[in-house]
Design a protein around this ligand. Structure first.
Ligand code: PGA
Length: 226
């Protein structure tokens, strides 16, 4: 059984969410499916038969943090998973490794499953070990039994460029050695129905994080039934 996570980013609307829920509810998949819509659409997922997740959270429970959502509130809204440290959060919103680690702690404290995103930028492509080690540094020697990690090379997100399988294999091995834990490890970056089955058949891959392809219902269905 694999974990398939859909990240809608800032896309979708009420009408699309309703159609998506209806159509994906009709799919019988042996995989664990998690959909992360924008926060304002979580209320349309009450009848969803699979899991929902948030795309982000803040690291405090309550307070004067205009525009933010706490893991506690997201849990109340039905989320069981939270994406933490997605590359768009890191690079557009300047989230630091330190803040990402605090968000991870806050999610764990609410019994949510954090999906921690890591991955090198294109300028670090030849220096990926350094980039990934820095992002993972705070997580070393922590209890990771209820966490998921997603390797998403930044240069692959939204570009239709996917690393070679042997490259993914080498990087996965490096991440697993570093974390010294058997955490589920997903791949994300230009996943489509064309490459999903090949990616999933790679035995040590625990699942996929899907962006654009999760916004086309038929395309996403093809990924789910791999
Ligand atoms: P993409 O996005 O599948 O559109 O490349 C993946 C992601 O950002 O999680």
């Amino acid at each position: 059984m694999k974990i398939i996570v859909a990240n809608w980013k800032m896309n979708g609307n009420f009408e699309f969410a309703d159609k998506f829920v209806e159509e994906i509810n009709a799919v019988d998949s042996k995989n664990t499916i998690v959909v992360c819509p924008p926060t304002a659409l979580l209320c349309r997922f009450h009848s969803f038969r699979y899991y929902i997740g948030a795309q982000n959270c803040y690291c405090e429970e309550y307070g004067a943090y205009t525009g933010e959502n706490s893991p506690k509130l997201l849990k109340e809204a039905g989320c069981e998973y939270i994406l933490i440290g997605h590359s768009e959060r890191r690079h557009i919103f300047q989230e630091t490794d330190d803040l990402i680690f605090k968000k991870w702690q806050a999610a764990i404290a609410q019994n949510l499953t954090p999906i921690v995103c890591i991955g090198e930028k294109s300028c670090d492509r030849h220096n990926w070990k350094q980039a990934i080690s820095t992002q993972l540094n705070s997580f070393l020697k922590k209890d990771l039994h209820s966490s998921i990690f997603a390797y998403e090379p930044v240069w692959s997100i939204g570009t239709d460029l996917v690393p070679r399988f042997d490259e993914i294999e080498t990087i996965f091995e490096f991440i697993r050695d570093l974390l010294r834990a058997t955490v589920p490890l997903l791949y994300g970056g230009s996943v489509s129905s064309q490459n999903a089955s090949q990616l999933l058949n790679y035995a040590r891959m625990d699942g996929l994080l899907v962006g654009r392809a999760s916004l086309k219902i038929n395309e996403f269905k093809r990924i789910l039934i791999q």
